[in-house]
Design a binder for this molecule. Structure first.
Ligand SMILES: NC(=O)c1ccc[n+]([C@@H]2O[C@H](COP(=O)([O-])OP(=O)(O)OC[C@H]3O[C@@H](n4cnc5c(N)ncnc54)[C@H](O)[C@@H]3O)[C@@H](O)[C@H]2O)c1
Ligand SMILES: CC(C)[C@H](C(=O)O)[C@@H](O)C(=O)O
Ligand SMILES: [Mg+2]
Length: 371
């Protein structure tokens, strides 16, 4: 096995971010030798931690460091200490700026209900069991980035405005990616919009239909976001690939966390181009990897955070950015093994700490890799 070195910019961020990224890093350090890879970490600050240290949620230095890396791994940003800040000064704007600066328009959020966790979901087992869907969220457009966006548009400061723009190009590239991903799955795309009201959603639906014509082997359905959000927890197995705009994707993916048993279970990859293809066949591409959850201030610093969203994000990084599909498979299987053996953090009904669950996955991943 040839020696391959990968440079990772690690941005732990705030709250539980440092706790879960510590497990992600430990896992990479453990599996590297077993797969002939070396991971070199460069650590930086983002979010509230960067505000405290530098007075800004993201410096140009971190953007440059990201561009010089093979991948970025991020924890979470934000928390009550910075809640009185507004606009660009907020920790969250550091993350938005990073995604935009790196051109990461495609956010992949797989949602899988592990057999061992069917009982951790508040949904009836016959509804949750076997659900396996992929949320493809547009990440660099829409309401998050539309201008004007400001508070205090009147003298009393009691009026605010956000703007929701989308171009056909922005819609086309994300929907096209969703179709290509669907071809590797169950060949169904559900495009979620609010076309009964919003002009951008009418454009979204039109472009999605045009893209769909290029993929006659993939079924396309359109769904309004209100009904879609109900369907997601009423009949989750109806979904395969779900593609939607930035804000809807943010909301729907947290909702989907209910299926998986906890928001702490969900990983994500943010990419800018070619879709990942079958394991082992992808031309590795740059990406940013982060769990879907936030800084969870209510449990931060107590060893209660579920590290599996971060750990499964490591698996996505190995697969998409480093082309190490065997290691990615081993980690996903190790997560399944650890859950089946009963190791759970509190959010999924157990008593294991963040570090204990992380160690269980590491051990099992190494055993699978023969390390
Ligand atoms: N990508 C990000 O960095 C990101 C994502 C979402 C929210 N945020 C920020 O995080 C802060 C807190 O937001 P919030 O409380 O609305 O959302 P959150 O995702 O931090 O937490 C929501 C709920 O899920 C639980 N939870 C989240 N992650 C968990 C984990 N790994 N293990 C166990 N339980 C977990 C929390 O305890 C909380 O009850 C805010 O400042 C928000 O802007 C950041
Ligand atoms: C923190 C916030 C800006 C972010 C988003 O809305 O994209 C978060 O909720 C997420 O899902 O990654
Ligand atoms: Mg979110």
């Amino acid at each position: 096995m040839s020696d391959r070195t990968f440079h990772i910019l690690l941005l732990p961020g705030d709250g539980v971010g440092p706790e879960v990224t510590a497990e992600a890093r430990a896992l990479l350090e453990a599996v590297g030798p077993a797969v002939g890879a070396r991971f070199v970490f460069n650590e930086g600050l983002i979010g509230g931690a960067a505000i405290d240290a530098y007075g800004t949620p993201l410096r140009d230095e971190e953007i440059d460091a990201a561009l010089a890396s093979d991948a970025v791994f991020l924890g979470a940003v934000g928390g009550p200490a910075w809640d009185n800040l507004r606009g660009e000064a907020r920790p969250e704007s550091g993350l938005l700026r990073l995604r935009k600066a790196l051109g990461l328009f495609a956010n992949l959020r797989p949602v899988r209900v592990f057999d061992a966790l069917v009982d951790a979901s508040p949904l009836k087992p016959q509804i949750a069991r076997g659900a396996d869907l992929l949320v493809v969220r547009e990440l660099t457009g829409g309401l998050y980035f539309g201008r004007p966006s400001e508070r205090r548009t009147d003298e009393a400061g009691r009026r605010a405005i956000d703007t929701l723009p989308y171009t056909d190009h922005e819609i086309e590239r994300i929907v096209d990616l969703a179709f290509r991903l669907a071809r590797q799955r169950r060949r169904k795309v559900t495009s979620i919009d609010k076309a009964n009201v919003l002009a951008t959603s009418q454009l979204w639906r039109e472009v999605a239909t045009e893209v769909g014509e290029r993929y006659p082997d993939v079924t396309l359905e359109h769904m309004l976001v209100d009904a879609g959000s109900m369907r997601l927890i009423a009949r989750p197995r109806d979904f395969d690939v779900l593609v939607t705009e930035n804000l809807f994707g943010d909301i729907l993916s947290d909702e989907a966390g209910v299926l998986a048993g906890s928001l702490g279970m969900l990983p994500s990859a943010s990419l800018h181009g070619e879709p990942p293809t079958r394991p082992g066949t992808v031309a590795p591409m740059f990406g940013l990897y982060e769990p879907v959850h936030g800084s969870a201030p209510d449990i931060a610093g107590q060893g209660l955070a579920n590290p599996l969203g971060a750990i499964l994000s490591v698996s996505m990084m190995l697969r998409f950015s480093f082309g190490l599909a065997d290691a990615a498979d081993a980690i996903e299987a190790a997560v399944e093994d650890a859950l089946a053996a009963g190791y759970r953090t509190r959010d999924i009904g157990g008593t294991a700490t963040t570090a204990e669950l992380g160690a269980q996955v590491r051990e099992r991943a190494l055993a699978r890799l023969g390390g």
